[in-house]
Design a protein around this ligand. Sequence first.
Ligand SMILES: [Zn+2]
Ligand SMILES: [Zn+2]
Length: 350
Amino acid sequence: MKAAVWRGHKDVVVMDAEEPQVTSGTVKIKVEWAGICGTDRHEYAGPVFLPVNKPHRLTGRRTPLILGHEYTGEIVEIAADVTGWKEGTRVCCSGTLCCGTCSACLKNRSNVCEKLGFTGVSTDGAFAEYVVVPVYQLYEMPEGLDMRTTILAEPLACGQHAVNLLGGVKGETVLINGSGIIGLSAFLACSIGGAKQVFVSGWGEEKRRFVEPWGGVYIDVSTEEGRARLASCRVDVAFECVGLESTLRSAVDALLPTGKLMVMGVFEKDPVFPMNFFQEGERTLYTSQAYLDEIGAVMRFMAEERYPKDLASLITAEIALEDIVEMGFEELERNAAKHAKVAVRIGGAR
Ligand SMILES: [Zn+2]
Ligand SMILES: [Zn+2]
């Protein structure tokens, strides 16, 4: 089968790979559409989390590996010991892999498993004609959703999980620092969760077209005026979705007393944290990692048309698997600000 294989730093090749076989507790999926995630991009230019030197603690796998964890497809084969799933079922899958036995897994918090792994990072992923995954990753797609748009369910689940951890944001004012797909996913989760007002800050004008027509207030922090506007923001909840000390700081500075900070960004270097400011205002720090079963909820919200009608416009490019390096990873290195989600056509059924 054709697959995009990570072999080394900036060395991803679309090549013939061996078709994966089902093992106990898994199904085989014919992949139709896949999205390129920030993680994939970082691994392309990395490695960051890919197990290069020693086998992954959960999967035992090492590079070379097939990337890709945001995808939709159809079940084509089921292991003999799997019940409750049928061939032909259209699915969108979670990307997290867990051990099932650690303290987090036993508390039903498998997204923070002590041995946490990811499809397409810790084992072979979905930039391929077929992928084999454990059944606990499967979510059946509701009738009426198309497989191209539904690749957004995985990133949207990240924002939804963060809002769930906060206990909702109904009636609150919110600032979201970052307008990449994670910032936009937090924005959409806050919007459909009934936030009173949501400000989204980002660099440049590219993302205004998603935020303002969808009811938010966009702040372009590449301008003096935008930075002044951000500095005057006072909110109940602030999201950090970038992973920089400056965006963390401006999120913290915006917090009213009793405010909540939600950190979703991943930091290259541990930032300085203003603990006294938190203590004196009884502010709270929250963090969010991936998602639990929010992919199912997000697909339900899609089917109920709770998101903006033109949600699919978040897919800013559609490319073939053969072109994933030049028109995917390299394009995102050059023009990250232009894109929200690049969709990779694999089977291509709708
Ligand atoms: Zn992702
Ligand atoms: Zn575990």
